[in-house]
Design a protein around this ligand. Structure first.
Ligand code: FAD
Length: 516
């Protein structure tokens, strides 16, 4: 017999040896060894007065728990019809995997290096302030998803089968804990191996992946994509191309714009990253002082406030994490966040961003047409570069100084490896963003007592939250004018994170294969 059960365990019950088994036995009035448990869902409720662990369980009484080993069937596609995929981020990876499942040969073209070589380039950014425009935190094997936080939370539940992506991640090496946790997370130390496993599966089944291979031009005849140019030299004939180049591939947006291929400006969000000592966030969220219980993960938060008709909200919060330099070209400073699987670093960071309505908020940029949001974004990143000291050192301010309009005499310790430079971000940021952030931070302090503190820094700029450009596509997911071109993932404006990009990759692969 199988019973579905929901239980709440206190910290003490959770800490006890076999605590869940004991509590379940008590709840069902059973002998402790007469059943097997399968955890379906686990979450933590840290609201006052007490922290509880919520469980959803399937309890197998006098019968074994099923062995639901995950399996994905991939075909040998070495001699199959090709689909070309530009970009090997989550969208490109899952497009390629879907091709293997459906018997088509993915040929992936990726401008950056493989995960191993990429590490060298990340070291060069962090230690020598050298940004390689082909291989960095956004470009290279696994895309922006590889050296990311690996939070798998998605709001795109209607866009595809989230569970299938999670199962696929587990199949390729992620812990099966992600199938249970309410806020699943992989961690930047584990992602490269998963990405490498995916590459090996694709190659083993006859797919091709070409690193250091940048698409630099499209050959279009009578509104049909006929060929693509690689590294400015080699032209290869193509029939169907999935364009999964991500939101930082500005040269791709420029190229499409120059070729008069329809693009649209898209609203997006920009702001700063805020960094607190992790213990401050733990103390607020878990109502403790001193160290949190070992059973509790580094605490996170999610904050939102409406300020003068625009949303101000936390984005990509990384408990126990690091702030990283995510620029893709020299001459710009961009920050983002990541964390290891254990989330055991001493800092909590989060993007705090302001919604920007491209049709109303940036009239001076109208002349750039569909690229107006992109130009605005670039401008702010250049400003961060100059005010940071013309290296990857980022401009920063104590949170309270930013809100009160004072230059910080000194800054708090930080996880940001290239270092911080005290700068008057309160006056440097455009009013559209700065004034809303200042009000937003005060309101966040009212919601989370202790959040608004001089012990936090803000670091500029958090500019790559989502694509400021979208590439249109029709109901067949094909560009409405250029036949054979399938805009995909975050760069096209169809995803906002690892899972939604992966789901979009699968959908685009299915669309590209239809009718081939
Ligand atoms: P991308 O991942 O951007 O991949 C695009 C790929 O295309 C890149 O590999 C690039 O090199 C390649 N490319 C670009 N131009 C060309 C060209 N001309 N020719 C050939 N190849 C090209 N999301 C989450 O859901 N959870 C998180 O915790 C999280 N943390 C993040 C932390 C950091 C530091 C960063 C930078 C991002 C984070 N994200 C996170 C966002 C997430 O990584 C992206 O949403 C996701 O990777 C988008 O997938 P994509 O495949 O559409 O594009």
């Amino acid at each position: 017999m199988v019973r579905n059960v929901q239980l709440r365990l206190t910290l003490k019950e959770e800490a006890a040896l076999n605590g869940l088994q004991i509590r379940t036995a008590k709840y069902l009035g059973l002998e402790e060894n007469s059943f097997k448990i399968k955890v379906l869902r686990k979450s933590i409720d840290a609201r006052k007065p007490k922290i509880v662990f919520n469980y959803k369980l399937a309890v197998y009484i006098n019968e074994p728990a099923p062995n639901d080993t995950l399996h994905f069937e991939y075909k040998d596609v070495s001699k199959a019809k090709p689909i070309h995929i530009v970009g090997f981020g989550p969208a490109g990876m899952w497009a390629a995997l879907r091709c293997l499942e459906m018997g088509y040969k993915p040929i992936v073209l990726e401008r950056g290096s493989n995960v191993k070589a990429r590490r060298r380039d990340l070291k060069a950014i962090n230690q020598d302030h050298q940004v390689n425009p082909e291989s960095n935190y956004c470009f290279g094997e696994g895309g922006a998803g590889t050296y990311s936080d690996g939070k798998l939370y998605t709001r795109s539940l209607k866009r595809g089968d989230v569970r299938r992506i999670f199962e696929s991640l587990v199949f390729h090496g992620a812990t099966d804990q992600i199938l249970i946790d309410a806020h699943p997370h992989i961690g930047t130390n584990k992602l490269p191996k998963i990405v490498q496993n995916i590459r090996e599966v694709i190659q083993h089944h006859g797919g091709e992946i070409h690193f250091n291979t940048k698409v630099t031009d499209f050959v279009i005849k009578e509104n049909r994509l006929k060929a693509i140019v690689l590294n400015k030299t080699d032209e290869i004939a193509v029939e169907r191309v999935i364009l999964a180049t991500g939101h930082s591939a500005r040269d791709i947006f420029d190229l499409l714009h120059k070729k008069d291929i329809a693009l649209e400006a898209k609203s997006f969000a920009m702001g700063v990253r805020v960094e607190h000592p992790q213990h401050i966030i733990d103390n607020i969220q878990y109502h403790c002082s001193g160290d949190r219980s070992e059973l509790l993960p580094a605490a996170s938060y999610s904050l939102v406030e409406q300020v003068k008709d625009r949303g101000v909200y936390s984005f990509c919060m990384c408990p126990g994490g690091f702030i990283v330099p995510a620029a893709t070209s020299p001459g710009e400073v961009v920050v983002n966040g990541m964390s290891p699987s254990k989330r055991n670093n001493l800092f909590a960071n989060s993007g705090i961003v302001v919604e920007i309505n491209v049709d109303k908020d940036i009239p001076k940029y109208e002349k750039f047409g569909a690229l107006k949001g992109l130009e605005y974004q670039k401008n702010l990143e250049r400003l961060a570069f100059t005010s940071g000291g013309r290296t990857q050192t980022a401009p920063a301010q104590r949170l309270t100084d930013f809100v009160e309009g004072n230059l910080s005499a000194d800054l708090n310790p930080t996880s940001y490896q290239p270092g911080l430079n005290s700068a008057p971000l309160h006056s440097l940021l455009p009013k559209l963003i700065g004034s809303r952030l200042r009000q937003g931070f005060k309101a966040f302090g009212d919601k989370m007592h202790g959040y608004y503190t001089a012990e936090a820094n803000i670091v500029g700029v958090e500019s790559r939250t989502s694509s400021p450009v979208s590439i249109p596509r029709n109901e067949k997911l094909e560009h409405p004018v250029i036949k054979g071109l399938f805009p995909c993932g975050e760069g096209g404006g169809y995803a906002g994170g690892i899972v939604s990009a992966a789901m979009d990759g699968e959908r685009c692969a299915e669309a590209a294969m239809a009718g081939l």
